[in-house]
Design a protein around this ligand. Structure first.
Ligand SMILES: *Cc1c(COP(=O)(O)O)cnc(C)c1O
Length: 388
């Protein structure tokens, strides 16, 4: 298998088969799970490829290789959560470095950046990255790192990665793109000029809502080594069992994304036509403000969307009571469909004022569309909407 994997193959093949039939002990087809924390030295002064599980683990490394290959990176580090992935990047910055982040970034990322800023470890500037003038102005202050999230959560706004990366590079800043919402099946930020990709692998990469984990992928080999070193220094390396489960989930990434996107499109179109719905935010719709950019920058529109109910909070309550097939829960990216209410769940920490500024209304619901039959999903939504 080692000679076979050396041949360059399509990404679908990497996801389905990276590391398959590579076991030298028994010829296992599915890569084994190595739980051992420590490894026997071959001789005095002669360690083998692995010595201690925090530093390196064969199961985790196989997953890191697969994800790095899918993103077109030089190497990846698997972290115990998506937040640990963000912190791995941020924690390596020199004290007082300026970090630029989207004004509507993931709530946990916002909380982390604000907490580190409050401790004086970095300074933070929040910018609406669809406003290129504002981005250019903030780059005059020489940030060390610019974080980008596209599409955004929960309004599915899309920003131009290549333009932002070009501007940041010219200003001497590194660019990290959180690719959690689309996965490398649908978007490859490194090919658009980003230096790093971040993932909450908890979401689409694992895809089964049973692992919390994350990843950082670097475009540059030296950076990848630096991140790996830092993950060992801080102990932020993912558990072997989580890595094994995530590799198992990754096998079906492309098939899942394609089928979930088909469902999402059908749902977005149906929601648009519903009298109880005032707006649908899905980049796959021709009238989405960023549709053309999404079509150019992405290989698909993904399985995330949000929509606004005409009836506000009272309608949200009735919808949540009546909806079927969608489970009312946070998180996203699994094979099962979920519905969340950002104002009281994922984005509650943001505060009403900041939510208002970002356009996240109290009548907004977010969907993560799964693999169920489209007819059941549509009927389940109708059951919720008919009471609104
Ligand atoms: C969930 C999520 C994170 C955080 O990941 P965890 O695995 O929950 O720590 C970061 N970014 C985005 C876009 C997410 O959806």
């Amino acid at each position: 298998m080692s000679e076979r994997t050396a041949i360059e193959v399509q990404p679908e093949t990497v996801a389905a088969a990276h590391g398959v039939a590579s076991d030298t002990a028994f010829g296992a087809v599915a890569p084994p799970l190595y739980l051992s924390t420590t490894y026997e030295f071959a001789d005095f002064d002669t360690p083998r490829a692995y010595d201690y599980g925090r530093v390196g683990n064969p199961t985790r490394d196989l997953l890191a290789d697969a994800i790095s290959t899918l993103e077109g990176g030089a190497g990846a580090v698997m972290t115990p959560s998506g937040m640990a992935a963000v912190d791995l990047l941020v924690g390596r910055l020199a004290a007082g470095s300026l970090v630029l982040a989207p004004h509507d970034c993931y709530g946990g990322t916002m909380r982390l950046l604000k907490a580190r800023a409050a401790l004086g470890q970095l300074s933070l500037r929040l910018v609406d990255q669809s406003d290129i003038g504002a981005v250019k102005a903030s780059l005059l202050d020489r940030p060390a790192l610019m974080l980008v999230e596209t599409p955004s959560n929960p309004l599915m706004r899309v920003v131009d990665i290549a333009t932002l990366a070009g501007l940041a590079r010219a200003a001497g800043a590194r660019v990290a793109v959180d690719n959690t919402f689309l996965s490398p099946a649908l978007q490859k930020p490194l090919s658009l000029g980003a230096d790093y990709v971040l993932h909450s692998t908890t979401k689409f990469l694992n895809g089964h809502s049973d692992v919390i984990a994350g990843a950082v992928i670097a475009a540059d080999a030296e950076e990848a080594r630096g991140l790996k070193h830092w993950a060992n220094v801080t102990g932020a390396t993912a558990a072997p069992f989580d890595s094994w489960l995530t590799l198992r989930g990754l096998r079906t990434l492309f098939a899942r994304m394609a089928a979930q996107e088909r469902n999402a499109m059908a749902i977005a179109e149906r929601l648009c036509a519903h009298p109880a719905v005032s707006r649908v935010h899905y980049p796959g719709l021709a009238d989405h403000p960023d549709h053309a950019l999404a079509a150019r920058q992405q290989r698909g529109f993904g399985a995330m969307m949000s929509f606004e109910l005409v009836g506000g909070v009272p309608a949200v309550r009735r919808f949540v009571k009546g909806v079927r097939c969608f489970t009312f829960a946070e998180s996203l990216g699994g094979v099962e469909s979920l519905v969340a209410h950002p104002a009281t769940m994922t984005h509650v920490d943001m505060g009403a004022e900041a939510r208002g500024r970002a356009g996240i209304g109290d009548g907004l619901l977010r969907l993560s569309v799964g693999l169920e039959h489209a007819d059941d999903l549509l009927a389940g939504l109708e059951a919720g909407l008919s009471g609104c």
